[in-house]
Design a protein around this ligand. Structure first.
Ligand SMILES: O=C(O)CCC(=O)C(=O)O
Length: 280
């Protein structure tokens, strides 16, 4: 297929974002459909995801990549949510802020927390942390995301980046306990940052294919839907942007099947972020 990459201005502000897709494809118009998860009226359809028609969605498509992006909260709403998050969210401390990579413990280059339904846990690199119970603030955001996307979520991973030095290495959200085919909804507040997708076959020196990365600038109040099969074929990362000084909070809403969380092997993330990333 004839792919293109071009720069565009966002409708909502003056930030430039890179749009990658398939020539001839309409980026924002979505046809009607119903959710796999639950039926909702007034929603459009993209991949497996049912999207609210009240919002303006942008489609990102490439080989095996299907993402949709919108501004879910306007600036005032997003500012309020950001300050409420800063006041109320509690991040991991102590040993749970570290990962074991290449034989050494490293501090995670950001803060993390997990909230969700009772019994769900978040584990990585030898650590396993129970999800904290939903707070009213997070329930409110979760329910809004559900309403606009037609899917329900029982878990959220929160990442806080104090500035452009904090980052996240390349990884896929393809853990066994995630319900297959269920999208991951990524809500961003605060400092806009670049979010980079790389195709699994085009990473590093063992690359077998040449597929251009896809970069999306995630704005304040934005929602990015990572639809199936994106996380099967594409790694994603939040690289350092050292000149940026603002705080950013990201929430990835997920649906976990508790029966798939094998005792002692409960994982919501690969044990290490992909070694190719220079993140730790
Ligand atoms: O902060 C971000 O946007 C990245 C979050 C992410 O990659 C994840 O939670 O898996």
């Amino acid at each position: 297929m004839d792919r293109f990459v071009k720069k565009r201005k966002r409708e909502t502000d003056d930030e430039e974002v890179e749009v990658t897709g398939v020539k001839g494809e309409t980026l924002t118009k979505l046809s009607p459909g119903t959710s796999k998860d639950e039926n909702r009226s007034g929603l459009g359809h993209s991949g497996g995801t049912v999207l609210s028609k009240a919002l303006k969605w942008r489609q990102y498509s490439a080989e095996g990549l299907d993402c949709t992006y919108t501004i879910l909260y306007n600036k005032t709403e997003a500012d309020d949510l950001m300050s409420a998050c800063e006041k109320s969210l509690e991040y991991y401390t102590g040993q749970t802020t570290k990962v074991f990579v290449f034989g050494k413990w490293h501090n995670i280059p950001r803060k993390q927390a997990a909230y969700g339904d009772a019994g769900l846990s978040y584990s990585y690199s030898g650590n396993s942390v129970d999800a904290k119970p939903w707070t009213p603030l997070l329930e409110n955001i979760r329910d809004r995301v559900s309403k606009e996307t037609g899917y329900t979520y029982n878990f959220v991973l929160v990442n806080r980046y104090k500035d452009g030095h904090d980052h996240m290495g390349e990884h896929r959200d393809d853990e066994r306990e995630l319900i297959p085919g269920h999208p991951i909804a990524s809500l961003s507040l605060g400092q806009p940052r670049n979010f980079v997708f790389k195709h699994a076959k085009s990473r590093g020196k063992n690359a077998t294919k040449k597929i251009a990365p896809v970069t999306i600038k995630l704005g304040h109040g934005s929602l990015l839907m990572m639809n199936h099969p994106t996380n099967t074929h594409w790694y994603h990362s939040l690289p350092q942007q050292k000149s940026l000084v603002g705080v950013r909070i990201n929430m990835t809403f997920r649906k976990i099947d508790p029966s798939k969380m094998a005792p002692g092997k409960k994982r919501t993330r690969p044990a290490i972020e992909a070694p190719i990333a220079s993140s730790h």
